[in-house]
Write a protein that binds this ligand. Structure first.
Ligand SMILES: [Zn+2]
Length: 185
């Protein structure tokens, strides 16, 4: 009631929507992108050093932000949000619970990718077991561009590992759905 007390209706003017998050009051995807970047893709103490890397597409920056905040829909996170699941074990390897850390780093297929990436860059053992460490790993480069390139490699590899995981999970779901249909017909 307090919020509406100052509202005045004008019967001479048609109702319209106003975009209050920008200066022009007109919504555009550009205005939304600007808002998104300013509010979400900013450094914070509990995330990685910076979530901006000009060498990767924006979708990868968003993916990194989501993974860092444990907002990827891995089975453990869905279970925490009370989604009723048959199992929370990793659908790819079944060796462990499917957490963000497991899915992006410790899962067999992910780990194979990391071994190849580290081998390609002539680096030793994989130094991280959590996505926080993964996204913060600056490699051995001392220059800003060197660190940015290494970060782009890590972020892009993580993104492709996640994309591969999703494709495989979708394929499993489709196969399961087809099997249920066959059994019921
Ligand atoms: Zn796994």
């Amino acid at each position: 009631m307090k919020m509406l007390s100052g509202v005045k209706f004008n019967p001479q003017v048609r109702d319209t929507w106003k975009w209050k998050a920008g200066g022009s009051e007109i919504f555009s995807t550009k205005a939304l992108t600007t808002l998104f970047n300013s509010r979400l893709l900013i450094p914070s103490n509990d995330s990685c050093e910076t979530l901006c890397n000009k060498l990767v597409p924006k979708k990868i920056e968003v993916f990194v932000w989501r993974a860092n905040k444990k907002r990827l829909p891995v089975l453990v996170e869905l279970d925490k949000r009370c989604i009723d699941l048959h199992s929370v074990r990793c659908p790819l390897c079944d060796d462990d619970l499917e957490s963000v850390d497991h899915s992006l780093i410790m899962c067999k297929q992910a780990f194979e990718v990391w071994c190849k990436v580290f081998d390609w860059w002539g680096r030793g053992g994989i130094p991280f077991v959590s996505v926080g460490d993964l996204f913060n790993d600056s490699g051995q480069a001392s220059s800003f561009i060197g660190k940015s390139i290494w970060q782009a490699v890590l972020w892009s590899s993580s993104y492709l590992i996640w994309k591969n995981r999703n494709q495989k999970v979708c394929k499993q779901v489709l196969e399961w759905t087809d099997a249920v249909k066959r059994d019921s017909s």
